[in-house]
Design a protein around this ligand. Structure first.
Ligand code: PLP
Length: 394
């Protein structure tokens, strides 16, 4: 007998991965330069040279020690470096005891949700949202409560979030800079969210955690990304080096539980317990040690900035409507019909691979990942023109 839910999850790949696989097949059929694949968020800038040097240096170390298990929560020396970096960059207390190293943000979020919820609880997700949140929330035995963000800014709708809170609400997941819309939540909005949650906690008599998913923290085009634990004590940060250091396949990130939380010690132990229960112990050790050697290496966002310019100027000229992104490397574009899947299917006729918005919890839009070579963007413009004309002719 197998677990039907797990079978379902395995049998039905995510819309993003499905489109990505279709792209690989199509490229093999007609040539890679004829398919304009905007499906997946694989960084298009190489990992920093400093990371390569760090890995090469590490390979000279005694192999049994280098590749051996670390404590479940990570190498204490690495956690010290991560904690020092948090203190330096955000001016908030952090010690190794506040850090749990993970296999990317995916593991960090799954762990955090299991740590601070119990089956039957509700977890709020502002929509549109990263599709895997639903899977992790369900795995924790909780119910996902979707609350739309405000259009056209796609900032959090604090009043609507307040209205969605019940005695069963245990957490809200926020993601800024945001995938899929590219919005960066302003300090003013986050402060209002924090004030409202403080008030609701008193009213309900229990904690409401912010699970702050921030793999895109460093990928911004000039605006501030406030550090949420400085604004709201009950924040758990889920960080990843997948995008900032272009290491998505290496699976490295961490959970940070701040001591500003009154029960920080208990929450940290619950994080460790959830890591143990889910089998997320001892994050990939070579990468733990490599990132510690180049912890504050700046991200190279220039390529994404240029891609953003090429794409938004090209689409504006053609008359497409989109949300100007302040961060991450995604463009949220209005489809020409309410059925985003039908629009995405039609785009395929012009060899454009655009992710329909349905899997992000809303209809009528598509997501373009612009972490691609600039030639993919310029080469796609005739297809975007033809796609638009195909609707005008109707
Ligand atoms: N959260 C968001 C919003 C993402 O876009 C992604 C990956 O694309 C993840 C989490 C998972 O990131 P990781 O590769 O660090 O597991």
């Amino acid at each position: 007998m197998i677990n039907e839910r797990m079978f379902g999850l395995g049998d039905e790949p995510s819309a993003i991965r499905e489109l990505f696989s279709y792209g690989l097949k199509r490229k093999a059929e007609i040539g890679a330069d004829k398919v304009f694949d905007f499906s997946i968020g694989n960084p298009s800038v190489p990992a920093p040279e400093a990371l390569k040097r760090a890995v090469l240096e590490l390979m000279e170390e005694p192999p049994c020690a280098l590749h051996g298990y670390t404590p479940a929560s990570g190498d204490p020396a690495v956690k010290q470096v991560v904690a020092d970096s948090i203190r330096r960059r955000f001016g908030i207390e952090a010690t190794p005891g506040n850090i749990y190293m993970t296999a990317g943000a995916a593991a960090a979020i799954a762990i955090s949700l299991s740590a601070v919820t119990k089956p039957g609880d509700e977890v709020i997700v502002p929509s549109p949202f990263f599709p895997e949140y639903g899977v992790w929330i369900e795995t924790a035995g909780c119910t996902r409560i979707e609350v739309p963000t405000l259009v056209p800014s796609f900032q959090l709708d604090v009043e609507a979030i307040e209205a969605a809170i019940t005695e069963r609400t245990s957490a809200i997941i926020i993601n800024s800079p945001n995938n899929p819309v590219g919005a960066v939540y302003t300090r003013e909005v986050l402060e209002r969210l924090a004030d409202m949650l403080e008030r609701k906690q008193v009213e309900l008599g229990h904690q409401i955690f912010i699970v702050c998913d921030e793999p895109y923290r460093e990928i911004t085009y000039g605006c501030e990304v406030p550090y949420v634990p400085c604004l709201y004590a009950n924040t758990i940060v889920c960080y990843s080096y997948s995008k900032s250091m272009s290491l998505p396949g290496e699976r490295i990130g961490y959970v940070y539980v701040s001591d500003r939380m009154t029960n920080a010690h208990e929450v940290s132990l619950a994080v460790a317990g959830a890591g143990r229960a889910l089998g997320y112990i001892c994050a990939p050790v070579l990468m733990q040690r490599a990132i510690a050697k180049c912890i504050d290496e700046p991200s190279n966002v220039e390529a994404y900035r240029e891609n953003r310019r090429l794409l938004t100027e090209g689409l504006s000229e053609l008359g497409y409507e989109y949300v100007q992104p302040d961060g991450a490397f995604y463009l949220w574009v209005k489809a020409f019909e309410d059925d985003a899947q039908a629009f995405s299917d039609r785009a395929k006729r012009f060899e454009l691979l655009l992710v329909p918005s349905d899997s992000f919890g809303v209809g009528g839009w598509v997501r373009i990942s612009y972490c691609v070579a600039p030639e993919v963007i310029t080469g796609a413009m005739p297809g975007f023109k033809a796609l638009m004309e195909s609707y005008r002719q109707e």
